[in-house]
Design a protein around this ligand. Structure first.
Ligand SMILES: Cc1cc2nc3c(=O)[nH]c(=O)nc-3n(C[C@H](O)[C@H](O)[C@H](O)COP(=O)(O)OP(=O)(O)OC[C@H]3O[C@@H](n4cnc5c(N)ncnc54)[C@H](O)[C@@H]3O)c2cc1C
Length: 297
């Protein structure tokens, strides 16, 4: 199908050749050939059923764990920001759509006096990104709170995965990239608002002391290798404050790369690769990227 015909069909939710930098925390990245922002799950399903088969789809939630490369993305970029409903049923089960922010879900749980989701306040992503990354903080991760997830494949078909079927492990998930997460159900327990508030305040305090805030970053750059802390290995390799252009290793938390102002995606990636080799030279340990790097170089 010709891209312009496709655009006319989905005119309300599609833009062509759209700059992606503002969709990521790093503030870098080229353009999306087709940017698709569905209003609801029905539009999403209809779109996937009608899209040209050869077009790949990249999903962006809050873009807090993403480097989009400077030459952008060929194909479709789906942004989930409008899919953000959160609800609770009579049994206290909380449901949230993929584009709901983790922090909003944590606050929703607090308002309904449900405990167990407080750690979400410390993760600046969406529910969809959190499932994909099995994100975690302060001793809890997504796999600890998920009941099940409704996903849709590239042919527009829905399927529900139980938490076990998702094969979640440390910052990874076991199902194929063809699944786009639409919504999830979470378990929680009842507690009073005061206790929940206290836990949330403590999380915010800890985050402020340990991590750089108010900066352009992608969070932890590398996964912690088994039995090691990535930040410690990076520090021991002398990389604290290391810089390529405007990309710099944070002085406060050296597993964070910061875009000081006008860094390119290439500079951020290059800095990461230099850190990887320095860590390997000093410790013999190979770091693996936690941040997802996508698009054309
Ligand atoms: C300041 C800062 C602090 C952070 N602290 C933490 C932390 O404490 N713990 C932690 O685990 N992470 C942390 N992160 C990383 C990041 O916030 C998490 O990984 C978050 O869950 C990513 O969610 P997102 O919506 O931003 O995903 P994105 O960055 O938009 O995407 C990440 C990946 O998920 C995929 N994806 C997104 N939505 C969907 C969907 N609906 N269906 C299928 N795939 C999808 C994307 O294609 C991509 O591969 C931090 C990041 C920053 C910037």
């Amino acid at each position: 199908m010709n891209v312009k015909i496709f655009k006319n069909k989905f005119s309300k939710c599609i833009e062509l050749d759209k700059k992606l930098a503002k969709f990521t925390w790093f503030g870098v990245g080229g353009n999306a050939e087709i940017l698709f922002v569905p209003e609801n799950e029905e539009t999403l399903s209809f779109f996937l059923k009608n899209k040209p088969k050869t077009y790949k789809v990249l999903v962006i939630g809050a873009g807090s764990n993403l480097i989009i490369r400077d030459k952008g993305i060929k194909g479709i970029v789906l942004v989930t920001k409008k899919l953000k409903n959160i609800s609770i049923d009579d049994n206290g089960i909380i449901s949230a759509q993929a584009g709901a922010s983790d922090a909003e879900v944590a606050r929703f749980a607090r308002d309904y006096e449900r405990t167990g989701l407080e750690f979400l306040l410390g993760i600046p992503g969406t529910i969809g990104g959190g499932i994909k990354m099995n994100s975690g903080a302060f001793g809890s991760e997504f796999k600890d709170i998920l009941i099940d997830v409704t996903a849709i494949n590239l042919s527009g078909e829905f399927r529900i995965f139980s938490m076990k079927e998702l094969g979640m492990e440390y910052r990874a998930i076991g199902i194929s990239d063809e699944w786009i997460f639409c919504k999830a159900r979470f378990k929680s327990a009842s507690d009073n608002k005061k206790n929940i508030e206290a836990k949330m305040k403590q999380i915010l305090r800890l985050r402020k002391t340990a991590q750089p805030t108010g900066v352009k970053t992608g969070g932890s750059t590398f996964k912690n290798p088994n039995g090691h802390k990535a930040w410690k290995l990076i520090d021991q390799a002398g990389c604290r404050g290391l810089r390529v252009g405007d990309a710099i290793i944070s002085e406060k938390h050296c597993n964070f790369i910061i875009n000081l102002k006008n860094s390119s995606a290439q500079q951020i990636e290059e800095l990461g690769e230099i850190v990887k080799s320095k860590v390997f030279e000093t410790s013999g340990i190979r770091l693996n990227w936690e941040i997802q790097r996508v698009g054309m170089k």
